[in-house]
Design a protein around this ligand. Structure first.
Ligand SMILES: NC(=O)c1ccc[n+]([C@@H]2O[C@H](COP(=O)([O-])OP(=O)(O)OC[C@H]3O[C@@H](n4cnc5c(N)ncnc54)[C@H](O)[C@@H]3O)[C@@H](O)[C@H]2O)c1
Length: 258
């Protein structure tokens, strides 16, 4: 499905990003993994074992610092002549009541979730324009279509990711570059495990009760898996989705229907 494509996946040490990158490699893509975690090299080795033919490159960088983007672009250019796919997946959640959100916490969430998504895309799209084709996939969230009483900054950042997605789709569609947002619901990763633990403390409920609250709102009656998101990301970034542009698509088991 993605044979010979060159893809970049941010936040790919673990969770959804790792699974997206794995699916890409299994579908024949070469992948640049970017993550803060120094063990990103171990993830790269795991992915290499999935497909010995694929070129896998890992870059360890803190993506909340947009000043590092020129270095990242230089490193990508050392390995690949062109870029076909960018997945802006790296993100953080802070479980905080509105009254507890500080300016520092707001900025941390917005830097990685929104600012880097915008500024990295702004540079990568220049490389895509050289080939008049490309696909940008931004990880938003169903939270970006609603709100979150325990993560108002997170929800706002993910709403803004949808807006940036639509702006890129309108600006660069004429160059054959598709930009879409993927909005996961409740996906079992370390991010969701820590949200469940933190909400349990804030709301004085057991983790089982918090998980049940989610399940009560999910018609498929189960939490999602990184595989659920990874396999759909591969479809959106492939030519099977050649007419999908400017959309914010939920992968949530029916948790959100707008
Ligand atoms: N898990 C869910 O239920 C869910 C739901 C909706 C949206 N999302 C979104 O999906 C994306 C992935 O979430 P996840 O659940 O896999 O999270 P996760 O915490 O399991 O993984 C996030 C990855 O991003 C990396 N990362 C974080 N900050 C970074 C930084 N400053 N620089 C470089 N790398 C950084 C981490 O090291 C980690 O590898 C996020 O954007 C998240 O907001 C997740």
């Amino acid at each position: 499905m993605l044979q010979g494509k060159n893809a970049i996946v941010t936040g790919s040490y673990q969770g959804i990003g790792k699974e997206v990158a794995s699916k890409f490699v299994l579908e024949g893509a070469n992948v640049v993994l970017i993550d803060l975690n120094e063990k990103i090299t171990e993830t790269a080795l795991e992915l290499q074992n999935l497909n010995g033919e694929a070129k896998i490159v890992s870059i360890q960088k803190d993506l909340s610092n947009v000043g590092l983007i020129p270095e990242i672009i230089d490193e990508i250019k050392q390995h690949f002549n062109s870029v076909d796919i960018l997945v802006n997946n790296a993100g953080i959640y802070r479980t905080e009541n509105i009254s507890d959100i500080t300016e520092e916490s707001w900025d941390q969430v917005f830097n990685i979730n929104l600012k880097t998504t915008f500024f990295l895309s702004k540079e990568i799209v220049k490389l895509m324009m050289e080939n008049e084709s490309g696909c940008i996939l931004n990880l938003s969230s169903v939270a970006g279509k609603k709100g979150r009483p325990y993560g108002a900054h997170y929800a706002a950042s993910k709403a803004a990711v949808i807006s940036v997605t639509k702006s890129f789709a309108e600006a660069y569609g004429q160059y054959g570059i598709r930009t879409n947002a993927l909005c996961p619901g409740i996906i079992r990763t370390s991010m969701i495990e820590s949200i469940i633990n933190n909400r349990s403390a804030l709301e004085n409920k057991t983790t089982g009760e918090i998980e049940q609250q989610y399940l009560d709102k999910i018609p498929l009656n189960k939490l999602g898996t990184p595989e659920d998101v990874g396999q759909f990301a591969a479809v959106i970034c492939s030519d099977y989705s050649s007419y999908i542009n400017g959309q914010a698509i939920n992968v949530c088991g029916g948790f959100e229907t707008d």
